[in-house]
Design a protein around this ligand. Structure first.
Ligand code: CMP
Length: 151
């Protein structure tokens, strides 16, 4: 079973889209394993986005992610990393497929609502950056067989 980090970024929180984003992930069949609203520190922002340091949009990205609260979550399920990224759509909302969150709710790459881990390695390091082990809940989804049962 895979776990992945999902952030509803400040634009998603301010625009009242936390519920819509959670609903889409729940309805897809993914399981919420951890969640908290955080005012992101400059240190956490720079650690999380270290890979983008030096890019033209980096300082703006740090300003944006620390500008207002972020809803940080851990989602779990079979192939959760690729499933969540598929539900989010392309990083640039103008290139995201219809029906994805970024297509349906956004228009700008600088205000693209969400972040989702892009690989098992990054998911593991991002989850440990944002959550302590005690903040992640191990529970059974009672609909599991209805979602993933094999014939
Ligand atoms: P995210 O998935 O959080 O990962 C890095 C973020 O950088 C990305 O979403 C966007 O918010 C932002 N980003 C990526 N490319 C650009 C760009 N060309 N201009 C502005 N912001 C960008």
């Amino acid at each position: 079973m895979e776990q992945t980090l999902v952030l509803v970024k400040p634009d998603g929180v301010q625009r009242g889209l936390i519920g819509d984003i959670i609903q889409r992930l729940e309805r897809r069949g993914l399981k919420l394993a951890g969640a908290k609203l955080i005012q992101v520190s400059d240190k956490l922002a720079r650690s999380h986005y270290a890979i983008h340091e030096g890019k033209p949009f980096y300082e703006g990205l740090i300003k944006y992610i620390t500008s207002s609260p972020v809803m940080a979550m851990v989602w779990e399920g079979p192939s959760a990393i690729s499933a969540v990224r598929q539900t989010m759509g392309s990083t640039d909302p103008l290139k995201a497929a219809p029906g994805t969150i970024r297509h349906d709710f956004a228009l700008s790459i600088s205000r693209n609502l969400t972040h989702a881990s892009d690989s098992p390695e990054n998911a593991a390091s991002e989850i440990s950056l944002w959550f302590t082990p005690e903040e992640i809940v191990n529970w059974q989804l009672c609909t599991f067989e209805w979602l993933f049962g094999e014939n």
